[in-house]
Design a protein around this ligand. Sequence first.
Ligand SMILES: NC(=O)c1ccc[n+]([C@@H]2O[C@H](COP(=O)([O-])OP(=O)(O)OC[C@H]3O[C@@H](n4cnc5c(N)ncnc54)[C@H](OP(=O)(O)O)[C@@H]3O)[C@@H](O)[C@H]2O)c1
Length: 433
Amino acid sequence: MKSIKLGILGIGNVAKGTYQTLELNRKKIEGSIGASIEIVKILNRRPDVDRGIDIPKELYVTDPYEIIEDSEIDIVVELIGGIEPATTYMADALKAGKHVVTANKAALAANGKMLQNLAQENHVMLRFEASVGGGIPIINAITTSLLSNDFDEILGILNGTTNYILTQMTDNGLAYEDVLKDAQQKGLAEADPTADVEGYDVANKLSILISLIFGVDIPPQDIPTQGITSVTTEDINYATEFGYKVKLLASAKKQDDVFSCNVEPTLVPFSHPIASVSNEFNAIYLTGNAVDDLMFYGKGAGPLPTGSAVMGDIISIARRIEKESDYDLLPLLRYDEKLSCIGEGQHQYYIRLSAADKPGVLGNISSTFGRFGIGIASMVQRAEGDEEKNTVPLIFIVYKTERTVLDEALQELVDKKYVEAIGSVMQVHRPAH
Ligand SMILES: NC(=O)c1ccc[n+]([C@@H]2O[C@H](COP(=O)([O-])OP(=O)(O)OC[C@H]3O[C@@H](n4cnc5c(N)ncnc54)[C@H](OP(=O)(O)O)[C@@H]3O)[C@@H](O)[C@H]2O)c1
């Protein structure tokens, strides 16, 4: 039986999950390939640290090029994370004729096209299932079974940490800071949660999905991105009254030749399947013009779910090696000249204002919205407000408008002192059908 040899870069959560997945299901995995899988080297930059896993010490190397340049190794599995040096290591491995499997969304969002080109030039495979949605096989689905479809819109809950925080705020009425601390204690949030709570992690994943689904190359920094740090329990309670859940939603939409995308806290109607995705779970919802509505749901992180996705990529490459088939490229970055990211498009919005508690204020607000062409869909006025300032909260849901137009209208309300402060503005998702 042929032996397919792996070198793993990194010995963190996902590397250990990958090692454990292989050990857990080795017989089935090797049976499905028709060859044995052998991990021959693991990059461990601190070999003296207890990694909490029983791995033979002789597998550890401290120089990544002992793996990248090892002529015996067929597949390099990059699991160190971050843009650099991970990109350089992957590029050098591809140039050295190795197939590469990675879970690294940051490196792929930044350099996916370059790495894919290198794979093509060197007749090797680059696979990255675990980079979006952890254990959810979304990349495999959209690049194989769903290829015959055209998609107009995708929606995603792509970050378990923020979904956990928003779920706990919604279900238990807890404040953002308290839930974040709890999530950090439970290992569901990093010590430095910036990439998660500011939405950057989701923007990386959305950039990868957009390249695969729409063939548009949009770097994550060009995706309008807002995190969850300013979402309050007050807003979540009002959203509930209106019949919505607040979710950090990644969305991308194509209407004719116009493309819009963003990552931001969004009100999702209770009736939408994605509203029921709770805690650390992820989901991707998409509608194909042949297959219709689909939702992929599962664990977006964690050593074993992510290890399962990494092993899936290893198996698909190993089967080709075993059968001596030609290399196979994912249809990544089929750049479509016609589409360009034009920003956020038109959406409904939820707005919380604090306004003077006196007659005529509501009329002034609605006539200002009217002059900007903004229609009011629903409104709630609360009797209890800030007694000292003599203000009360006013909550609106307005019909579709551009965010820039809405911001101009809100600025005018503040300038004319019709409202004392803008509490919050969030997008409202309206399903197309
Ligand atoms: N965690 C998840 O659930 C999850 C889910 C989906 C995708 N991913 C992606 O999977 C990748 C790995 O994530 P992880 O959670 O496993 O991270 P992690 O636990 O922090 O592990 C990273 C590993 O890489 C090593 N490393 C980092 N920089 C290195 C360098 N310059 N040279 C040599 N070794 C280096 C670290 O060594 P030390 O331990 O010595 O620092 C550690 O062993 C990332 O791209 C991440 O975005 C993770």
